[in-house]
Design a protein around this ligand. Structure first.
Ligand code: IMP
Ligand code: MG
Length: 175
């Protein structure tokens, strides 16, 4: 049997996301940032985050990636499943990720997006698991640093399941 134990409650996440939104609003005031949502895992976080960023000129675009390899391990080989709908040259881009684990996915995406010559390129991640880091990446806006546990919910999945949980939980397998 599968059981899910709460790791971060919807309230804890909500408070942190509001604070991140306020910080981003302040730092991007007078600018027209393009929020790039890395699908699929980040869609729930991004939906809350953009509503916490009180900037009238904010725009949103999506990038869908797949990291080769199933299960809970990232291979570092990233496939772009769906690219951005517009060029980002001279734009202030804020990449929104659900979780930075090994860091390989975000490092790949930063390299790729830099070649498109944005005016600025920053990273906002809800979660960071430093214990598994394989490449150093700068996270400019971070929700929570977490232990080396596999978490699900709030957009994050295990084999495509549990994205719809309103909180972040840890999967436990029981007899
Ligand atoms: P990285 O390339 O190892 O940093 O992995 C990034 C991607 O792996 C994330 O965008 C997630 O889709 C997935 N991932 C890593 N850790 C977890 C986790 O604890 N729960 C769910 N997905 C995870
Ligand atoms: Mg995933």
């Amino acid at each position: 049997m599968e059981q899910i134990v709460t790791y971060l409650s919807a309230e804890q996440i909500g408070e942190r996301v509001k604070a991140l939104g306020a910080q981003i609003k302040k730092e991007y005031a007078e600018r027209r940032p393009v929020i790039v949502v890395v699908l699929k895992g980040s869609f729930v976080f991004a939906a809350d985050l953009i509503r916490a960023i009180d900037l009238p000129a904010l725009r949103v675009d999506f990038l869908a990636v797949r990291s080769y390899g199933e299960g809970t391990e990232s291979s570092g080989v990233v496939q772009i499943v769906n690219d951005l709908s517009r060029p980002i040259e001279d734009e202030d881009v804020l990449l929104v990720e659900d979780i930075v684990d090994t860091g390989l996915t975000i490092a790949y995406l930063l390299d790729l997006l830099h070649t498109r010559k944005p005016k600025s390129l920053k990273v906002c991640a809800l979660l960071h698991k430093p214990a598994r880091s394989r490449i150093a990446v700068q996270i400019d806006y971070l929700g929570f640093t977490i232990e080396d546990r596999f978490v699900v919910g709030y957009g994050l999945d295990f084999g495509e399941k549990h994205r719809n949980l309103p909180y972040l939980g840890i999967l436990q397998h029981k007899e």
